[in-house]
Design a protein around this ligand. Structure first.
Ligand SMILES: NC(=O)c1ccc[n+]([C@@H]2O[C@H](COP(=O)([O-])OP(=O)(O)OC[C@H]3O[C@@H](n4cnc5c(N)ncnc54)[C@H](O)[C@@H]3O)[C@@H](O)[C@H]2O)c1
Length: 372
């Protein structure tokens, strides 16, 4: 089988932190042939570092998509552009890996599903937290039946101070929202995946605009690992924290919490990178403090079993040292080669976006949002 030709649209933080090194690990199967960014130096640098000798550089993604030799593209731009570029790529006959969240709104995500169906091409979304060892282990605990009927879950991604200060993350017109759509999306994606439940009945939620605008440089502070976290509170347009109560059609409830800045000394330094807790009729499992714990009854005793070892997850842009093998890239390339199904389906990611959109809507109206 010939090598797959891959193009990249957006050559910023996540492109350099995850997609370029991840696809480089797949070079037996892929050639990185085209790089596009509105800022030409970014695309040029990427082409030099990762591209084939004849790799092309663009500032207009339409030109990249017009190259019929390209098999797949990665859409790595701010959220608001995911829909437009993904739809154009599918219409141009490309397979697409789009970064999370699938789209800024449910309506956009729906257009992407429709374009996928019309094109018959593959569409997946970059929810790499599913691959983290602890998340895989907790899912296996659930799949092996240790919990029984799951009726309550908590999906959490809280940073005491961790506002992204690169890119356009605090610009509502480019991202569509703040931590809920940025990191809450990972926590919710994982919870739905672990529970294998994609049928929400209604949501009610609140997005808070408190510390992001209130705190000036003097009162902002450091991230969990001590690096400075100073943002511009005058241009901060999105929520800084959000909570959502998600009622599923089978009666289960998921409480979702997401924050970039909150006065909460939770967990190890309040940097709970997409942790989860699931409670069922037989037992419970959680990934709080980066270890999997099964809460169950052994010999009539209330017991807590640590399942496996404590392993720090690798967070692109945060963790030190080289990235481990990118399972996301590996699964994606296997799917492109027809050797496996997609690991993250666009239909699953659509439900995540639908719920997040519902929480924003509920926060605006003060009312629950019901789904069909
Ligand atoms: N999976 C994860 O954990 C994770 C982490 C960070 C960011 N992301 C997602 O990745 C996306 C990008 O985030 P980032 O941190 O890389 O931001 P970034 O600002 O660092 O990079 C985005 C790049 O896209 C370019 N761009 C914008 N519009 C474009 C267009 N129309 N055509 C070509 N290039 C364009 C910008 O010039 C910029 O270089 C966002 O959707 C974000 O949610 C995912």
């Amino acid at each position: 089988m010939a090598k797959l030709k891959i193009g990249f649209i957006g050559c910023g933080g996540i492109a350099n932190g995850k997609h370029f090194p991840g696809m480089k690990q797949q070079e037996e199967f892929v050639d990185m042939v085209a790089f596009c960014d509105l800022i030409p130096e970014r695309a040029e640098k990427a082409a030099k570092e990762y591209g084939t000798e004849d790799a092309k550089v663009y500032t207009d993604y339409h030109e990249l998509l017009a190259d019929p030799s390209i098999d797949a593209v990665h859409v790595l731009t701010p959220n608001i552009a995911h829909c437009e570029i993904t739809v154009a790529a599918l219409e141009a006959g490309k397979n697409v890996l789009c970064e999370k969240p699938m789209a800024a709104t449910e309506a956009d995500a729906k257009k992407m599903l429709e374009a996928r169906d019309k094109s018959g091409k593959l569409l997946t979304i970059g929810y790499q937290y599913r691959h983290f060892p602890i998340n895989q282990i907790a899912k296996k605990v659930i799949d092996d039946g240790h919990l029984g009927d799951i009726y309550y879950a908590e999906a959490t991604y809280l940073r005491r101070r961790g506002v992204p200060t690169w890119g356009v993350f605090t610009d509502k017109s480019k991202q569509g929202g703040g931590p809920l759509i940025d990191i809450g999306t990972h926590a919710l994606d994982y919870a739905l995946f672990a529970m294998n439940n994609y049928e929400p009945e209604y949501v009610v939620g609140t997005a808070f605009e408190k510390l992001g605008r209130l705190l000036d440089g003097e009162h902002q502070g450091q991230t969990h690992n001590g690096s400075p976290n100073y943002w511009n509170n005058e241009t901060f347009e999105v929520e800084d924290s959000a909570v959502g109560h998600i009622k599923m059609k089978n009666g289960a409830v998921i409480n979702l919490r997401a924050s970039w800045a909150i006065n909460m000394a939770e967990g190890a330094g309040a940097n709970n990178e997409a942790t989860a807790l699931f409670v069922g009729t037989k037992g419970g499992v959680d990934t709080i403090d980066q270890v999997v714990r099964l809460n169950h009854v052994v010999a009539g005793q209330q017991s807590v079993t640590q399942v496996g070892q404590k392993i720090a997850p690798y967070i692109p842009g945060y963790s030190q040292g080289p990235a481990p093998v990118s399972l996301e890239a590996e699964y994606w390339v296997k799917a492109l080669r027809g050797e496996s199904d997609l690991f993250v389906t666009a239909d699953q990611a659509y439900v995540v976006t639908k719920i997040l959109d519902g929480i924003y809507e509920s926060s605006k109206t003060g009312k629950p949002v019901y789904f069909d």
